[in-house]
Design a protein around this ligand. Sequence first.
Ligand code: 6PG
Length: 244
Amino acid sequence: MKNIKIFPSPKDLAIAAAEEFIRIADQAIQEQGYFSAALSGGKTPKMLYKILADPLNQARLCWNRIHLFFGDERYVPHDHSDSNYRMVKDILINHIDIPARNIFPVQTEGEIHQAAACYETSMRAFFTGDWPRLDLVLLGMGEDGHTASLFPNSTGLQNITNWFIENFAPKRNAWRLTLTKNVINCARNVLVLVSGESKAEMLKKVLYGPVDPIEKPIQLISPQSGQVTWMLDRDAAQKLPKAN
Ligand code: 6PG
């Protein structure tokens, strides 16, 4: 049974996602003393990050117990306009009282395989065990059905050994860095935020069409013991069966 929540507007979606983030963080901190989250890039989560950065929410989040990772990153310098780290820093990190040691940006200098390996090493230094158990992975969905930087027909879809890899996006002719499907599927909570009419057709195919994860990689996301919650605005959900 899919856990789908539909909200009237992008702002309502962002407000609800912020409440979920805070709820999951509180629960993790109560249970284990800290909260680990992998943030997504792109445009959709910007409003969520702005709400989390709001002074009204500072008292609700113990940022010194919160550890921020990145679900994926573009292979660009941190000051590049495409950098997910730059986007999160500008909207969230610069406005909250979080220790620098709690933030894990993907170092994108140097050779890309080394960059991926270096990030995986930093994750392995934080998490114990064969696979990391992130408390939350935030995801978006592209119009082509990708998530994180797991793109259709990309070699990274087949990787079952690494935590974090470089991955070439064929249609974008660009290299990216991303969590692998196994790491995302080890998360305790996955929130998929999808907004806008342009995602409606693909969302219907992903949720109710044939299973074809090579063409629609977000269909790979199915945590073994975690919970996936699809958080949609009305425009993105407009082609779903009305039962939703
Ligand atoms: C990225 C994201 C990517 C994003 C989707 C949706 O680095 O771009 O991690 O997976 O979530 O492409 O992007 P929008 O939110 O901009 O539509």
